[in-house]
Every structure is written in C-alpha cells, then in structure tokens.
Design a protein around this ligand. Structure first.
Ligand SMILES: [Zn+2]
Length: 364
C-alpha cells in the first residue's frame, strides 16, 4: 500500500481528493494499531503483568507449589504424613528419609514448606569432610542363655536394636547395599545392614519379633544343608514367611566348607567341581523355595581367594562378604566386603563403635 504519494500539481478538486484519501489511510493505520494493542493485552505476558496479586496460600489448600525435574516445593497440609508424601513423590513409602534429610526435619507441621529432591543425588554419600560408610553387622544364633561368643543373648540383642531405633538408624538389605556400592542408590545417612549367618531357628523364634517391633529387616546367609535338617535350623516355610516380611536370603554355600581348601586326595578337577556345586546349588534352592535371586555369597569362615571369587562371579554372584572388620564405603571391592561381628559379651559403647556410619576425612 502506498501511503504517501508524490504530490503533483493538479486542479483544486484533484488536491481535495488526495487529502481525503490520506485521511482515510491515517484512520485505517490508527485502527490497525488499536487492534494490535488489544491483541497484545490478551497475551499471557501482558496478563501476568496486569494480574492482581494472588491471596497467600493457606495450609489446608496449599500442597504442591512448584515442581521441576529436579525438585518439588510442597506446603504441608493438615493430615499429611511423611509416608504419603514419599509414596506420592517417589512411589515408595520407605523413602521418607529423603524428605527428612533434605529438610533436616524433626516434625511435620501444617504450613511448613518442604523441598523435595526428585533426582538421585550423591549416591556415594560423599561430602567435603568425608564419606558415608555402611556398617554391616553380623550375628549367628541367639538364646536366652548363651555359652559361647557367637551366641547373642536375646535381651542384649533387644537392647542393641532399641539403641539403633532410638538413634534413628534405618536398616537395609544386602541388595540395597549392593546398589549403594555400585553407585546406583543413595542410602539414608544412618544406615545399618543386619546380617545373620547359618540359618538358626532362633532367628525366627527370638529375633524376628524384636525386629518387627522396629520395622527392621535383616539379610540371612544360609547354608542349605542345614535348612529343614535339624531341630535348631530354620525351615523353608519359616524362611518364606521372613522373606514375605521383607527379609532377604542369600548364600552361605551348601555345606559350610572352607572353599579355599582342597580335600586330602582330591584332584584339582574334583575340587573345582565341588566348589562349583557349593556355589550353584544354594542359588537354585533359594530361587525354588523363596523366589528370590541370591546375589551375595558369605564365604564360610570368611575364607576366600582369587579362584573362589572368579568362580563366584561365573556362577552369577555379584558380591561376597567376609568377617573382616570395617564399615563399607561405596568404593569397596564388592567381593571383599567386610562385616562387623557382634560378639558376646558386647555392651553399650562397643556396639556403638560397630555401627559408625561416617568416615571423617578432608577430601581434596
Ligand atoms: Zn557360617
């Protein structure tokens, strides 16, 4: 459209027609401008600038304020429970600790603003002043009255579990420890893995009720020849009940033989065949009776060598535990994971030393 044309000299009538045309064009331009302004006023940016301020949120109505891929901001409503929030944001009611640790929570109050981390962060538990370690404690059997160091008096065990609960520890199974050492899953800062070796019936009769009291779980390392084969041993039926309650069952071989020792008169080929069986059968039995996939091996007497480890890897194991003391950082060799045996007698302070969960060290 040509708005301005070169004025040519012409008749008076001609000039008057030109003037009228220019006025019409100007009115047309103003109309377009006004139309554009109206359209702009309708855009969201314009609306946001001109919108009145919202009323402040009240706790009953607040809930989720914001969510990105990394984080959600949530205002606690009346009646909210941490387990519900963990289920809602993580699909897992047991992950309350992620909310608790991110907010240094002591209690949950309506109106409180929570930051809820949504991405897995710091799976190895590293910080500037050190790193997380997971204490793995080990028991064997339990009794009202004990006569040896590997038997834990049940009252003493109850006191130890009460102390863990009071101190805010959470228990994890060895499969969770495996994900931690594979740098796949962060664990609560105060974490302990309870392991119980061999498969004594006292685990079911004396220990299970105590663990249940605190919602604790344990990992049992069983040698399968013992199961269902002695009045002192657990049955597969009892093991099934324990696994249904969240316990985990892992391998401690078939016969509890020292895997590093060749028998007298045994050829190398016979020895290898026997060890392979010791490693393979427990996994098959655990799968058959309990529908669990055993991935950990507890070396009988804590004895291992490179041959045993390489055969365990070939048989599908993903980690091995010893009885060497020390808590576990994420960078441990998964086939040489140490455990702290809880011996009898062991009281108060000595037990606290066994469940240390942080290794202080200035990292550079
Ligand atoms: Zn054992």
């Amino acid at each position: 459209m040509r708005l301005w044309t070169k004025r040519k000299r012409g008749s008076r009538r001609q000039r008057s027609t030109d003037f009228a045309g220019t006025v019409v064009k100007c009115v047309f331009l103003v109309a377009i401008f006004f139309f554009c302004w109206l359209a702009a006023a309708e855009t969201s940016a314009f609306r946001l600038r001109s919108a009145p301020e919202k009323e402040p949120l009240v706790p009953e109505e607040a809930g989720k304020l914001f969510q990105s891929k990394k984080v959600a901001v949530y205002v606690v409503k009346k009646g909210d429970r941490l387990t519900d929030l963990a289920r809602r944001f993580y699909g897992d009611p047991e992950k309350t600790w992620m909310i608790e640790e991110a907010n240094e929570l002591v209690s949950l109050e309506p109106g409180q603003v929570l930051v809820i981390p949504l991405l897995t962060s710091n799976p190895g538990g590293l910080s500037a002043d050190g790193y997380q370690v997971v204490p793995i404690i080990t028991y064997h059997h339990f009794s009202e009255k004990c006569t040896n160091a590997l038997c834990m008096p049940v009252e003493e065990f109850a006191r130890q579990m009460a102390m863990l609960a009071e101190e805010g520890y959470r228990t994890v199974t060895m499969k969770e420890v495996l994900r931690f050492i594979n740098y796949q899953q962060p664990l609560p800062r105060k974490t302990v893995a309870i392991t119980i070796d061999d498969g004594y019936r006292s685990v079911y009769e004396l220990v299970y009720p105590i663990l249940k009291r605190y919602n604790f779980k344990a990992t049992l390392f069983i040698y399968t020849d013992f199961i269902d084969n002695s009045p002192n041993a657990l049955s597969w039926e009892q093991l099934r009940e324990l696994t249904e309650a969240g316990f985990e069952v892992e391998s401690h071989t078939i016969t509890h033989a020292d895997l590093t020792l060749k028998r007298k008169g045994e050829s190398q080929a016979e020895y290898l065949k026997r060890i392979r069986r010791e490693l393979r059968i427990p996994r098959e039995l655990i799968r058959k009776h309990l529908r669990q996939e055993a991935v950990w091996l507890a070396y009988p007497y804590g004895r291992w060598n490179k041959l045993v480890i390489s055969m365990a890897i070939e048989e599908g194991y993903r980690g091995g535990v010893t009885v060497t003391r020390g808590a576990t950082p994420f960078f441990v060799d998964p086939f040489r994971v140490g455990r702290n045996q809880v011996m009898n007698p062991m009281k108060g302070h000595a037990f606290e030393q066994l469940v240390k969960y942080f290794h202080g060290e200035v990292l550079q």
